[in-house]
Every structure is written in structure tokens, then in C-alpha cells.
Design a protein around this ligand. Structure first.
Ligand code: ADP
Length: 493
């Protein structure tokens, strides 16, 4: 018997290759490709940012516009279409007033003042667009605070709309620290019934919280690693939402992000000077030389452990730990390269580092995908001392490139990295648990000591490169979760 494909609408604020600020874009751009062979019909809907306009990717104006309610007005949205992986439709909601800007959500000075207007508009547009093209989803899989209101709408304004009568929702939290918190005056933008504005609903200490809307009203919720789904239920990690998450713990899951090995695999990575794989990792050596050249660092560093970092420069990523030990770190016989953008204080920190240690440190304050690939391949070790890490992708990319991660045991870092055990020869990296600069330095030194012992280092590289985090397994887990959300919606769970 032929079964009907499951119709899944991805509502996301970003997706590669169109627009990206972080790991969410990697997930939204990859997971749909892996759901298709499992029998899902997927479409994506995201905003038509300037970054999308300027991407140079084939995107067409569909010649139609949508009418989208916002407060008591009706605003127009233009619809554009592109493709993911040749045949997965990606629809873009355009309105230049909101989306034709240099950045997606915030400038280096702070958030855009009208993010509530921008993303409440986008959220309503998603629902109107689905109806417009008659794509009645079995599941809306929506991501982050920008789309958090979707299930609140389905349970209120659209609750009697037959078009969404059997639409379930799955809300994925990629980072609970970014919640979409706005003054309560912005509530009127949503047109939601006032009853929803209470502490059991979307109110959060006299403000509205769009992420909380997703947590309260979605049929199922997940975070991007198992460990993070446990952590967010505690005050240390929940950013004030731990109570509401504990209440919903029966519907809260953790699914580790996969990696798109089409993009991140040194055996066919077109950004690299030389390619390599598990059987013959010798090309990694060429990549290291090339990376040192790229940063203008002396060839003498070829022989010492080269540490890499690629990151948003944000407190979350543990840069204060690195700052605390920076001089001790640079007295070691090492090299260091960093690629990142973000908070000014970290730009300043790393500019000082490069001034003080020009022979050892290469710093690039930029967003540069090509260079990110080169660092993954050319570095020997990768640092991620995060305060919290919902999943983390760079440590997983690092594994594939035989670049050994030194990480703090939190969230997805803990789920993906196992500490090296020299007696058994098991493990793919180095971990420390307390958020403590000394412990971080201890693991850096441990890693360096194994680097000097080729029999251990070869083993570590092999273990790392053999680790498999492809999307197949996680896509299957998402499919199961869609089914659970549907059952929940039908009142069967
Ligand atoms: P987060 O989503 O918290 O930023 P992740 O590790 O989950 O962290 O994902 C970060 C993604 O963004 C990775 O694909 C990483 O390579 C990429 N990235 C971060 N900063 C830069 C940068 N400056 N240049 C290029 N890629 C970057």
C-alpha cells in the first residue's frame, strides 16, 4: 500500500546557502534533504533578507503578493522562490521595509529596534502563505524565537480554520539564551487573545516572550542535543524558562544535529589545497602549511601544535576562559588561528593578542566560509571552551577533518566528544567539566603532550575521523518526533 508523504513545512529565520548567522542555518539547509528519502514532502519558508537577494543564487519573484495582518493593518509581502538541493522548494517572504538590511537580527551595536514587528509579520506570513499555495502541512517544524508564535496562532486565531485542522507543530530550540523578549505593548502586533498573555502563556515578567510561546503551545519540543534538553531544565542553563520546560518535559526531546558531509568532508572539500581521508591523512600536512601561509605565520610553526577557533565572538563561547590564560597559553610552543566576528570587546582582545604574539597568532575578524574550511583542515586542534553549547557544529566538523577538539563537557560538546583514554586507545578529544580556566589549560597541555607522541596522536586522529554524525540517524529521529507531535495533536498521546 502506498502511504501518503508526510507534509512538513519548515518555518525558519535562516537556512544555508541563503542566509546564515549560526548553526541553525546549517540544520535548516541540511535536514530537509535527509527527510525526503524518508517519505517527507518538505518546503521551507524564510525571510527574503538582503543577504538572500545578494547571494547570487537562482531565486525568482513569483509575481504574487500576500496580504498579511499585523496589528490592525494589512501589509503586503512579496513571495520569491529558490531551491534547496535542486528540488526542495524554499519560499521567501519579502518586505523590504523589514528585511532589506545589512544584518539579519542585530548590528554590532545591538538588536534591530523593530524585531517584534519583523518576525511577528514573518510568522503570520508563513501561515497565510501555506494557505495561499494550498500546502496543508501535517507538521510545521518551526525554529527559534523568530517563529515561536506559530502554535499560539494555531491554538487561537486559526483554531477553527479547517486548513490547519490537522497541522501539528514541532518547535526546535537551537539556543535558549535568545528568546525574543519584547515590551508588553508589542502584544497588540500579534492580535492574539489577551488570555494568552499570562505567566502560563506568553508573558514573561511583564514582557512578551516569543520563545516561550513555542514552548508552551507546540505539540512537541526539542533541543539540538540530548544533554542540552536536560540542561535547559535547570536554572543555570534555562535562562528563566527552566520551569516551563520542566512542566513540558514529557514532550521535550533532544536530537543531536547531524553534519552535512557533502559540505564538510576533507576527501572532497573544494576549499582545500590538498584532500585527504582516514586511509591517507597525509594531505592534512599540506593544508596546515597552506593555513599558516594564509595567516602570514612563519613556517616554523609547521612542527608545533596549531590550535584553531571559528566562532561567533560571544560570551557563550567561553572566550573569557581563554582571556584568563592567554599569556600562559602563548608561552607554550604552539600556534593559534582564529576566525570570528561578534562583540567588540573580543575584537579588541584578539587584536591585542596578535600585536603581542605576531609570530604565533593569526586573527581574522570576519565571516568567511572558505577560511572556516581551511582552518578545520589545517589546524591540529580545535578549541571550544563554551559556557553552554546547545549542539555545536564545529567540533563535529573538526572530527571529520582529524582536528582534535578540546572542549568543555556541556550540551552537544559532551554528547559528541569522548575523552581520550591512552590505555584503551579510545576517545576523540579532550574534555573538562567545570567552567574554569585552569581546567581548560590543563586539557590544552594534556593534548599537547599527546601531540608529541605519534602513536597516540595517530590513534586520536583515526578515532576522530571515524566518528560518524551524518544526518541519516538524526533525520530518522526527527521523523519519529513528527509522528509523536501528530499523535499528540490528535489527542492520542
Ligand atoms: P552557533 O550556532 O552557536 O554559532 P555552531 O557551532 O552550532 O555555533 O555553528 C556555527 C556555524 O557557523 C558553523 O558552521 C561555523 O563554521 C560557522 N561560523 C561561525 N563563525 C564563523 C565565521 N566567522 N566565519 C565562517 N563561519 C563561521
Amino acid at each position: 500500500m502506498m502511504t501518503q508523504p508526510l507534509r512538513v513545512l519548515f518555518a525558519t529565520p535562516e537556512a544555508v546557502p541563503f542566509a546564515k548567522t549560526g548553526g541553525l542555518a546549517d540544520v535548516a539547509g541540511a535536514l530537509p534533504k535527509f527527510l525526503r528519502p524518508l517519505g517527507c514532502e518538505v518546503i521551507l519558508v524564510m525571510p527574503y533578507y538582503r543577504m538572500v537577494k545578494q547571494s547570487g543564487l537562482p531565486i525568482q519573484y513569483l509575481g504574487e503578493s500576500l496580504e498579511v495582518p499585523l496589528r490592525d493593518e494589512t501589509l503586503r509581502a512579496e513571495v520569491y522562490q529558490g531551491k534547496l538541493d535542486k528540488d526542495i522548494p524554499v519560499y521567501f517572504i519579502g518586505r523590504d521595509e523589514f528585511f532589506d538590511r545589512e544584518y539579519l537580527y542585530s548590528t554590532p551595536k545591538g538588536d534591530y529596534f523593530d524585531n517584534a514587528e519583523r518576525f511577528i509579520f514573518f510568522t503570520r506570513a508563513v501561515l497565510h502563505f501555506a494557505r495561499h499555495i494550498q500546502f496543508s502541512p501535517d507538521v510545521i517544524h518551526h525554529h527559534e524565537w523568530q517563529t515561536g508564535l506559530i502554535p499560539a496562532y494555531l491554538r487561537s486565531i486559526y483554531s477553527n480554520d479547517p486548513f490547519f485542522a490537522s497541522t501539528a507543530t514541532l518547535f526546535t530550540i537551537h539556543n535558549i539564551a535568545y528568546q525574543g523578549l519584547f515590551k508588553k505593548e508589542k502584544l497588540s502586533l500579534t492580535s492574539l487573545p489577551l488570555e494568552m498573555y499570562n505567566p502560563e502563556g506568553i508573558e514573561f515578567w511583564e514582557r512578551i516572550n516569543l520563545m516561550k510561546a513555542g514552548i508552551v503551545y507546540a505539540d512537541a519540543i526539542n533541543t539540538v542535543s540530548q544533554r542540552y534538553s536536560e540542561e535547559v531544565q535547570s536554572p543555570e542553563y534555562g535562562y528563566g524558562l527552566e520551569g516551563i520546560l520542566r512542566k513540558r518535559r514529557d514532550d521535550l526531546y533532544g536530537i543531536l544535529n547531524g553534519v552535512d558531509y557533502q559540505d564538510w568532508d576533507p576527501s572532497h572539500d573544494s576549499h582545500l589545497l590538498a584532500r585527504y581521508d582516514l586511509k591517507d591523512p597525509s594531505g592534512k600536512w599540506e593544508c596546515k602549511k597552506d593555513l599558516l601561509k594564509e595567516f602570514g605565520l612563519p613556517p616554523s610553526l609547521e612542527k608545533v601544535p596549531l590550535f584553531g577557533m571559528i566562532s561567533r565572538l560571544a560570551d557563550q563561547k567561553g572566550f573569557d576562559l581563554l582571556a584568563e590564560i592567554i599569556d600562559q597559553f602563548f608561552t607554550l610552543d604552539i600556534g593559534f588561528v582564529l576566525l570570528g566576528t561578534g562583540e567588540q570587546k573580543y575584537h579588541d582582545l584578539f587584536m591585542q593578542v596578535v600585536k603581542k604574539y605576531p609570530q604565533k597568532a593569526g586573527i581574522r575578524i570576519a565571516y568567511d566560509d572558505r577560511l572556516a574550511h581551511k582552518i578545520e583542515a589545517g589546524a591540529d586542534l580545535f578549541l571550544m571552551p563554551s559556557k553552554y553549547e546547545p549542539c555545536g557544529l564545529n567540533q563535529i566538523y573538526s572530527l571529520k577533518y582529524g582536528t582534535i577538539p578540546v572542549v568543555r563537557a556541556t550540551g552537544g560538546l559532551d554528547d559528541t566528544i569522548t575523552h581520550y583514554d591512552p590505555a584503551k586507545g579510545t576517545g576523540n578529544g579532550f574534555k573538562f567539566t567545570r567552567y574554569d580556566a585552569k581546567d581548560f589549560l590543563t586539557q590544552i597541555k594534556a593534548a599537547i603532550s599527546f601531540y608529541a607522541q605519534p602513536e597516540h596522536w595517530t590513534k586520536l586522529i583515526r578515532n576522530a575521523m571515524a566518528s560518524d554524525f551524518s544526518w541519516d540517524r538524526s533525520a530518522e529521529a526527527y521523523l519519529q518526533l513528527y509522528r509523536k507531535a501528530i499523535e499528540k495533536k490528535r489527542g492520542k498521546l
